[in-house]
Design a binder for this molecule. Structure first.
Ligand SMILES: C[S@@+](CC[C@H](N)C(=O)[O-])C[C@H]1O[C@@H](n2cnc3c(N)ncnc32)[C@H](O)[C@@H]1O
Length: 210
């Protein structure tokens, strides 16, 4: 290949890199969506209104382990770390290696761990990081587009891993996640956030009994 051909081929790559850099985390998220639309399920990260409302009911003083499924580019991670006690821990789990690589570079807080894996394996992941139970689990997973059987398996594993008094926090663009939660969580609070693209449904499933 001649040097002119090489330069011509490299141009789209250079433009792509520049656009991605200019967009920051949005660029990483958009690329993740283009590569895996079904698994990512959204084109824009959650709004700060969604984040604030979603995290409001958490009893932070008594939160030792907070787990997040599907962190994407970490929209919730800093707000969670800002609220978490100094001896607390945040474990995030995502199936997308590009997001996990990005998060590992982005967050150097010693309380933060990014795991490449599936939320369905949350019990093994929590145990292998030295914890018995999680206080809270937050999910941004696209429950309605996950492969058959994965949603129910994740809801069951999540119920088992949460301690009594803890909660499963779920935000989604459809109310479908509630069906999966309701098989295990008997008390579910809900709200909507309109200032989000698109507006989203929010659920808090409380584990009242062991
Ligand atoms: C809608 S995006 C999350 C957006 C992000 N939390 C936010 O607030 O902007 C869904 C994420 O779930 C991840 N994901 C999909 N299936 C998963 C699974 N089984 N376990 C863990 N993460 C998964 C995708 O890779 C993607 O990062």
């Amino acid at each position: 290949m001649s040097s002119t051909e090489l330069a011509r081929e490299a141009l789209p790559q250079r433009i792509k890199r520049k656009v991605k850099r200019a967009l920051g985390p949005w660029g990483v998220f958009l690329e993740g969506f283009i590569r895996h639309p079904v698994m990512v399920g959204s084109i824009v990260p959650s709004s700060r209104f969604t984040i604030r409302k979603m995290l409001a009911p958490v009893d932070w003083e008594n939160c030792k382990l907070f787990v997040e499924y599907g962190p994407g580019v970490g929209t919730f991670c800093q707000p969670v770390l800002d609220r978490l006690p100094r001896d607390g821990a945040l474990i995030v789990i995502d199936t997308n290696p590009d997001f996990i690589d990005y998060l590992r570079h982005q967050f150097t807080d010693s309380r933060f761990t990014a795991v490449l894996g599936s939320a369905a394996d949350v019990e093994d992941i929590v145990r292998s990081h030295g914890h018995e139970k999680a206080d809270y689990v937050l999910s941004g997973l696209p429950f309605s587009t996950l492969p058959d059987g994965v949603g129910p398996a994740i809801a069951a594993a999540t119920y088992r891993v949460i301690r009594k008094g803890g909660a499963f926090l779920v935000y989604q663009f459809t109310p479908r996640a509630r069906h999966f939660m309701a098989r295990h969580f008997l008390r579910i609070d809900h709200k909507m956030e309109m200032i989000n693209v698109p507006p989203c449904f929010m659920y808090w499933g409380w584990k009242d009994e062991d």
